[in-house]
Design a protein around this ligand. Structure first.
Ligand SMILES: [Fe+2]
Length: 266
């Protein structure tokens, strides 16, 4: 048990370089990236994941990021009451579907989202059965990501350790959920950023002296998923992803949404 937790928590800190801090050996060669988020395991929308995988094959990106919530882990939802149907959701099916999608995506970076982060808290549960199960699932995620030779990035809120930097943009799962989450993430980080979490597609510039932009890249979850049906907020969800190019000191981000229409952009 401790083994799983210790392995999981042994992330190396990420040092961020601002564009101004990079003064020598700047590579101006453009490289390509693809970023997807919030596919939620067995709740993924087949049309959305098919579009993401088709883009991966067609665009041939150098860097492929899954920004987190590749599983749903509904059974672990802290607000679910003991007899809530979410408690009966299969963690095994969810994990299998989430890891299968990652294997098809062949990511270079796998971020943990708040849904996977539920496991981190429960790995320390006072209930030995719960902590064993959560630690085991974390171990299986860790093993799978290692097999893919991808970098596993923790869910550390807005901290540098939660971010992957490409050029002058930070990629992270995201923590804010308000209507101006795109703007607010960029302002909080003081840098342009690409994130998932809200399941919305949005782009907004932060109110900073140096222009920074937040890109909210949508999700891959089925949009009428049961636990979200009673919330108006859910109507704003959209399947989507981000792609673009980057050098050592800049990042150009393009947003794609499948709502209401979609055609492979290449
Ligand atoms: Fe999330």
């Amino acid at each position: 048990m401790e083994y799983f937790i210790a392995r999981h928590l042994s992330f190396e800190p990420v040092l961020l370089d601002t564009p101004l801090a990079i003064v020598a050996s700047i590579t101006r060669k453009f490289r390509k990236f693809l970023a997807v988020s919030c596919t939620h395991g067995h709740l993924a929308d087949p049309r959305a994941t098919k579009a993401m995988l088709a883009m991966r094959e067609r665009y041939k990106p150098d860097t492929v990021l899954h920004l987190g919530d590749f599983t749903d882990m509904a059974a672990l939802r802290s607000s679910a009451k003991p007899d809530d149907p979410d408690r009966a959701e299969s963690m095994a099916d969810d994990l299998l579907a989430g890891l299968s999608f990652l294997e098809e995506l062949r990511p270079t970076h796998v971020h943990l989202g708040n849904h996977e982060h539920r496991l981190v808290g429960l790995a320390h549960s006072g209930n030995a059965v719960v902590s064993y199960a959560a630690g085991n699932v974390l171990g299986r995620i860790d093993d799978a990501v290692k097999r893919m030779k991808a970098k596993l990035v923790p869910y550390d809120g807005l901290r540098p350790s939660a971010c992957t930097q490409l050029g002058d943009a930070l990629f992270l799962h995201g923590v804010l959920y308000n209507v101006s989450a795109a703007r607010d993430h960029a302002e909080a980080l003081g840098m342009s950023c690409v994130f998932g979490h809200t399941h919305r597609v949005a782009q907004e510039q932060g109110r900073c002296q140096r222009p920074v932009v937040g890109y909210n890249i949508g999700c891959g979850i089925t949009l009428d998923v049961g636990y979200a049906q009673t919330r108006r907020q859910t109507l704003g969800w959209a399947n989507g992803f981000a792609w673009g190019e980057y050098t050592d000191n800049l990042c150009i981000v393009r947003l794609e949404t499948l709502s209401p229409h979609y055609r492979l952009p290449l």
